[in-house]
Design a protein around this ligand. Sequence first.
Ligand code: FE2
Length: 372
Amino acid sequence: MKQFGITPKILEFEHCHEVGEHFQIGKGDLVFISDRTYEQHFKETISDQACRVNYRKYVTGEPTDEMVEAIFADIKDDHYNRVFGIGGGTILDVAKLFALKNNVPVVDLFNKELEIVKDKELILIPTTCGTGSEVTNISILELTAIHSKFGLAVDELYADYAVLIPELLNDLPMSVFATSSIDAFIHAIESYTSPKASAFSQLYSKKAMEMIITGYQTIADRGEEARKPLLNDFMIASTFAGIAFGNAGCAAVHAMSYPLGAVYHVPHGEANYSLFTEVYKTYQAIDPNGSIKELNIFLAGILGCEPAVVYQEIEKLLNHILTKKALRDYGVTKADLESFAAAVMTKQTRLMANNYVPLSQDQVLGIYKQLY
Ligand SMILES: [Fe+2]
């Protein structure tokens, strides 16, 4: 059986103040937002009566279970019935957990040892064009005990509203634009070749890939500033990609990027990019005749090249957006490769089940070695 759905209602606004007026954010609301985003965009519209959490106070890099527990300890006496997450994917993922009745100890929650009940309304507002978290039922945290990212995927984590405001992308630095939009592209491509993909999810995957690649072609031709008029397209494309992977799942590229992100603090989209083309070349070598064949023809059409060279051409194009590095450039050691491969096979089974073709530990290790 294949299943497809879009759970949150998707609201689009031109300006941030309209969101404030629509939702009347104040007493009884828990709002996750950075001080910077608050000062720049929401100061006039979020009342002082709201419980506002500046998540940057708790962590500088990727969010962890310990961070979530520290926030929970700080706000446990506040009563709230709506949760707003306004930020990049990591903070949306954290906000999702606060819409649940029981959320600590977080490790128990992620191991599904707590009863999972959603008892608050959840409104998610992305400020990057990458994760698609606003439309997925997944929360990803770094679990300190296992030194790796780990995902909880349950329907109780769906937002009630996904709110899109392209204005929020205006001051996104090029580096964040690059890593987040590459992440969205990889969501689209991994979900396209997932065994769980359906005609419906593939429609969203394809449109997202097309919007992102054509946007990158414009940026490659005209320079970084050319992204500014395209931000609305990138926000929509990342939500499309979120809908696609929320239904069909991400796979080996994400699974294999997690140890790199967790151990060497490589931004998520960048870590994905470092793995992406090699994983697809490996898929291609194992079985060139499944959905990857249609994918390559589709991508070749947008790129204007032969299907046989799409991954080389994509890499050329992506290198205009973000430079690809070897794993050793991040500080990865040869000894890490074995432990990364073992961690992928044991800790990322949720994602590895969505691979285009099954990958063995040796094949995973081979990809890491190729990229070392
Ligand atoms: Fe991702």
